[in-house]
Design a protein around this ligand. Structure first.
Ligand SMILES: Cc1ncc(COP(=O)(O)O)c(C=O)c1O
Length: 347
């Protein structure tokens, strides 16, 4: 039988990793009373990871509390990141790099001739050294970044190409093991029962699962797929043992710990569907929560649909994990502004 850890014991394991204070913590856990009323199902709460700070917030602020000391301690002097043009990761890494005075080179896919808006605008303001690849170059963005890395090495630098390393892939889970301890405290303060957390099927959710399993909690999890091109196996499931090892834990996550919903992706990552567009407007016009078109809007669409279709039981307390992504709203301004539907509450 697995020996469960107390929150203090789990905290002690996390505390063994080097860490710096970056995120505004704890983030609030709040009710969404008007959405709850509108949907007429279970109580809906929201964990506000969009309020972590670090240049407009998001889940990555927790990651960088661990990642930046790791990179700096190993003597790297420049970070290189390969991301999509509207990436939140790209922006938040730029912000975290500034916090420790680290040079930051950003290779952005499908970015040439784009409107400088949303995350791309913030990347620029934060001073990231931008390489805006066109569609053709984007096919070999990793090769492009590797060549940059080799040039820097030849100049005597020690570049950290994020995509070459394991630590960035598990640090997002570590950050959310920490978030799990925080959420437990908030759940206890608010006396919430039958907790069911819904979020992007990704690292944050895996971290929360591990926190729950380590502490012997019966929280349930639903992960919403947002991208057909990133199979969950390679993205998260293959790293379950890495996380266990990094924190020296008695348990880790498995595929069956998360109900995965993949029917809300629509045409694919970065394409705003009518359902997600509507969900963004519903969350905004009920509890004034702004979701983004790529990640949290998709989760909100799933939450609304699942409540309407009976995918949650009414005695559950749903916690919507808002993982940020706010600047992407401005990248999709035209489609969002063109929304014509009515989001009036049903009578
Ligand atoms: C807003 C937002 N939510 C969720 C995710 C998924 O992150 P993770 O897999 O670390 O949970 C991302 C990833 O970039 C994101 O930008």
């Amino acid at each position: 039988m697995t020996q469960h850890l107390t929150p203090d014991e789990l905290q002690a394991k996390i505390n063994k990793l080097p860490r710096m204070k970056i995120a505004h913590l704890p983030t609030p856990l709040e009710e969404m009373p008007r959405l709850t009323e509108r949907l007429g199902g279970p109580q809906i709460w929201i964990k506000r990871e969009d309020m972590t700070g670090l240049a407009y917030g998001g889940n990555k602020a927790r990651h960088y509390e661990f990642e930046m000391p790791h990179v700096a301690d190993l003597g790297y002097d420049v970070m290189i990141n390969v991301m999509d043009y509207h990436s939140n990761n790209a922006r938040m890494t730029a912000a975290a790099a500034n916090k420790i005075g680290m040079r930051y080179i950003l290779v952005l896919k499908n970015a040439a001739n784009r409107n400088v808006q949303g995350n791309l605008l913030i990347d620029k303001i934060l001073g990231a050294e931008l390489h805006l690849l066109d569609e053709y170059q984007s096919g070999d963005a990793e090769g492009y970044a590797t060549r940059l890395k080799e040039e820097l090495e030849a100049e005597g630098h020690k570049p950290y190409l994020i995509q070459d390393h394991l630590f960035p892939r598990i640090v997002g889970m570590v950050g959310f093991v920490q978030a799990g301890i925080e959420i437990l405290e908030q759940i206890n303060e608010n006396d919430l029962k039958n907790v069911h957390i819904i979020g992007v099927a990704g690292r944050s959710l895996c971290g929360l699962i591990v926190a729950a399993k380590s502490m012997g909690l019966d929280w349930k999890f639903t992960g919403v797929t947002v991208n057909y091109d990133v199979p969950l196996d390679g993205y998260i499931f293959q790293h379950s043992e890495d996380l266990k090892k990094a924190l020296d834990l008695p348990v880790t996550f498995e595929q069956g710990d998360m109900r995965v919903l993949d029917q809300y992706v629509g045409e694919g990552y970065g394409v705003l569907s009518a359902q997600v567009n509507e969900a963004i407007h519903i969350a905004a016009q009920t509890d004034a929560i702004i979701c983004d078109p790529n990640y949290t809007g998709t989760v909100m669409a799933a939450l609304i649909d699942q409540v309407e279709e009976g995918g949650f039981s009414n005695d559950e307390t749903i916690i919507f994990l808002h993982t940020g992504g706010l600047p992407a709203v401005f990248t999709f301004a035209d489609q969002l502004a063109a929304f014509k539907g009515s989001v009036q509450a049903r009578t």
